[in-house]
Design a protein around this ligand. Structure first.
Ligand code: SF4
Ligand code: ZN
Ligand code: ZN
Length: 305
């Protein structure tokens, strides 16, 4: 029987990459301490800063919001309803319930009202939903945070997400992407600071926290997530992790400490979009261009009078 490293009672959790076991109470304590240490290590934000947590209703983002709440940070939630049928309804409900139970503020943004639903856009654009969905989420989260005076946007990206992206960037030597891969993206030029306080936790560790902290999250994945290449990279890395626990954390942290400082980010000239004012490289930003295509499509499909 494994014993808790802290109190010696029967352990509930064993973390092979850290070779450490905890009971429920001390796992929660360890998790919270590690979140706080990560926030401080990467100078993400302080106790007086207003933080907007981008929540999806899943285990990672709700664990993040819960941890920030318990640690005493000033963190509100931001949920974007993507209009993906029952999945979006259940996810919104999970976020609302979470916020109500803790007396927290949740802002809900409806993509269908601002542009169109993700399924409708997929049909119109005829390309993978994630290619525009990620961009739309970033655009509206950033815009909302700026308008409402939030200092920083926090997302629930975990170690599995980050190492899958890292592997894919390394496999194709995407030097520019590599130079910008970081748990903190600085503010400036129309962008609010973006941080990822859960980068040192695996998906499993977040699921464990959510379970032990009694967070009611949505287990089902977005129906459009299937087939994304990141899933293959995640599987590959998990095989390596199984054989040699700690591989993912080493791969990611060594990249940040040893490789990234040697890379120089390409300077891209940004200017305000002539239609919405958000930062872009061209005259009109990609979200405004997408909105124009949506308007055109709905005009051509409406019956002529
Ligand atoms: Fe959007 Fe779903 Fe793709 Fe995530 S998996 S970016 S929610 S379409
Ligand atoms: Zn214990
Ligand atoms: Zn624009």
């Amino acid at each position: 029987m494994r014993k808790c490293y802290k109190c010696g009672q029967k352990a509930t959790v064993y973390l092979p990459q850290h070779r450490i076991a905890f009971c429920k109470e001390h796992y929660i304590e360890w998790y919270l301490k590690r979140v706080e240490e990560t926030i401080k290590e990467f100078r993400m934000f302080g106790k007086g800063d207003r933080v907007l947590v981008a929540v999806s209703g899943g285990k990672d983002s709700l664990s993040l919001w819960d941890a920030l709440y318990r640690l005493g940070y000033d963190a509100d939630g931001f949920y974007i309803n993507l209009g993906i049928g029952e999945y979006s309804k259940r996810s919104q409900l999970a976020c609302e319930k979470f916020a109500n139970q803790r007396g927290l503020v949740l802002h809900v943004f409806e993509l269908e009202k601002a542009v169109a639903s993700v399924p409708a856009l997929k049909e119109l654009e005829n390309r993978p939903a994630c290619s525009f969905c990620g961009q739309l989420k970033r655009y509206y989260t950033n815009k909302f945070a700026k308008e409402r005076g939030y200092k920083v946007v926090a997302t629930g990206h975990n170690l599995d997400d980050e190492t899958a992206v890292l592997l894919s960037n390394v496999l194709s030597w995407q030097m520019d992407y590599l130079s910008r891969q970081s748990p903190v993206l600085s503010e400036g030029e129309g962008f609010v600071r973006r941080v990822k306080p859960l980068v040192k936790f695996s998906e499993k560790e977040n699921a464990l926290y959510a379970f032990l902290a009694k967070i009611e999250y949505v287990e089902e994945e977005c129906p459009f997530a299937e087939g994304a290449s990141s899933i293959e990279h995640k599987k590959l890395l998990s095989l390596l992790e199984e054989k040699s626990p700690g591989t993912k954390l080493r791969f990611y942290m060594d990249f940040l400490r040893r490789m990234r400082p040697m890379l120089k980010a390409e300077q891209v000239a940004l200017r305000p979009c002539s239609l919405c004012g958000e930062p872009t490289t061209g005259e009109v930003c990609s979200v405004c261009r997408l909105k124009e295509r949506v308007a055109k499509a709905s005009l051509s499909s409406s019956p002529s009078s």
